[in-house]
Design a protein around this ligand. Structure first.
Ligand code: AVI
Length: 320
C-alpha cells in the first residue's frame, strides 16, 4: 500500500489549530478511525440517511450508460476512486466491468488505512482476478501525486457526496486539483446530494437512533484517547443545522456549560463558554446548476447527469 504519513503529529496539530480558532472547529476527516468507520457503516444503513440508498439506486439502474463511454474506448484504463470507503456502490461498477472483460486497474484512495485493508480483503474474495492498487492518502495529495498515471485513460470516481464535506472554497480547490490531476479525455464521475426538502436533509443528520450523534462524539473520544485529553462528552450536545439558501448542512458540538478541557499531548487547556460550539462537519447540498458551474470552473464538459427518480441524488459524468 502507498501509505501517507497520517500520524499523531498531523492530528495533534490540526486539533490545536482548530480549537485555537474562533469559532472553534475540528476537521471531520478525523471522524474516520476504526470506530468512526464502523459508525459510518451504521449511518449508511439508517432509514433517515437516504444518500447511500439513492446513489446505489442510480448506479444500480444506470451503470451501463455510466460506463458506456469508457468501455467503448476498448483500451486498458485506470479506475481511480477518491474516498473508496467500503466499496459497496463501486462494486456495482466493478462487477459490470469484470463481466464485460474490461482491462483495468482499480486504484482505491482513502485516508483511512483500516478501511483500505478491509476493502482489499473483500475485493480479493469477490473479484479474485481484479488488479487492485490501494493508496492511503488525502484526495488532494493523491491528485498531486497521481501514482496511477501511466498514460492510459482514467475514470476518476468521487462518489458518495464526499465533495459535500468541503466548504465552497475548498470544493473549488479540489475541483482545481482534479483539473490539474487529469489529462484530456479523462472522465470523472462525481456524486452530489441535491437540495431538497430541508426536513429530509436535517433528519439524515439527526437520526432517531443517535448514531450520527455518536459519530460526532467519537471525535472527542478520539482526542481523549490519542491526545491524552479530558473531554466530558456528556456535557456536549450534537447540533446539526441546515441552511436551504447555501445548501449547507453543518454539525456542531455545543458545550452545555462553561468548562475547561485539557489536552495533555498539546500541553494546553481550552476554555469553553456556556453554549460555545465546535464546528465539526459540513455536508453541502447542491443544485444541478451549481454542479454545472463547478464543471465549468474545472474545465470539464458535462457528459450526463444520472439521477434517481425522486431527484435526491446525482452522479454526474464529466470529461476533460
Ligand atoms: C461521507 N459523507 C458524505 C457523509 C455526509 O453525509 O456528509 C458523512 C456523514 N456525516 C454525518 N452523516 C454522514
Amino acid at each position: 500500500m502507498n501509505a501517507k504519513n497520517t500520524d499523531f503529529g498531523t492530528f495533534a496539530q490540526d486539533v490545536m489549530l482548530g480549537l485555537n480558532s474562533t469559532p472553534k472547529t475540528l476537521p471531520s476527516k478525523y471522524f474516520y478511525d476504526a470506530k468512526g468507520d464502523k459508525l459510518f457503516q451504521q449511518i449508511m444503513a439508517l432509514p433517515e440517511y437516504y444518500l447511500t440508498r439513492k446513489e446505489y439506486e442510480v448506479l444500480e439502474g444506470q451503470h451501463e450508460q455510466i460506463l458506456a463511454e469508457v468501455l467503448a474506448l476498448n483500451t486498458p484504463f485506470n479506475l481511480v476512486e477518491l474516498g473508496a470507503g467500503d466499496g459497496m456502490k463501486t462494486k456495482i461498477l466493478l462487477r459490470y466491468l469484470t463481466d464485460k472483460k474490461a482491462d483495468f486497474t482499480y486504484y482505491p484512495v482513502d485516508f483511512s488505512g483500516s478501511v483500505l485493508e478491509e476493502l482489499e480483503e473483500s475485493l480479493a474474495s469477490e473479484f479474485p482476478a481484479l488488479k487492485v492498487n490501494p493508496i492511503q492518502d488525502t484526495y488532494r495529495d493523491s491528485l498531486k501525486r497521481q501514482v496511477w498515471e501511466d498514460g492510459k485513460p482514467n475514470l476518476i470516481l468521487f462518489l458518495g457526496a464526499n465533495l459535500g464535506n468541503f466548504g465552497v472554497k475548498e470544493a473549488k480547490n479540489i475541483i482545481d486539483h482534479l483539473r490539474v490531476g487529469t489529462k484530456k479525455g479523462d472522465q470523472v464521475l462525481l456524486g452530489f446530494d441535491l437540495k431538497k426538502n430541508p426536513q429530509t436533509i436535517l433528519d439524515a443528520y439527526h437520526d432517531s437512533e443517535g448514531v450520527t450523534r455518536e459519530f460526532n462524539m467519537n471525535l472527542l473520544d478520539r482526542i481523549n484517547r490519542e491526545l491524552d485529553a479530558d473531554f466530558d462528552r456528556d456535557s456536549f450536545t450534537h447540533w446539526p443545522t441546515y441552511d436551504p439558501v447555501s445548501g449547507e448542512c453543518r454539525s456542531y458540538l455545543v458545550s452545555q456549560k462553561p468548562q475547561v478541557v485539557t489536552i495533555g499531548a498539546l500541553n494546553q487547556s481550552f476554555e469553553f463558554e456556556a453554549y460555545e460550539s465546535i464546528f465539526t462537519e459540513i455536508s453541502k447540498k447542491y443544485s444541478l446548476s451549481e454542479i454545472e458551474h463547478l464543471a465549468y470552473l474545472g474545465g470539464f464538459s458535462v457528459k450526463a447527469n444520472f439521477l434517481d427518480p425522486e431527484v435526491y441524488f446525482a452522479d454526474v459524468l464529466w470529461e476533460k
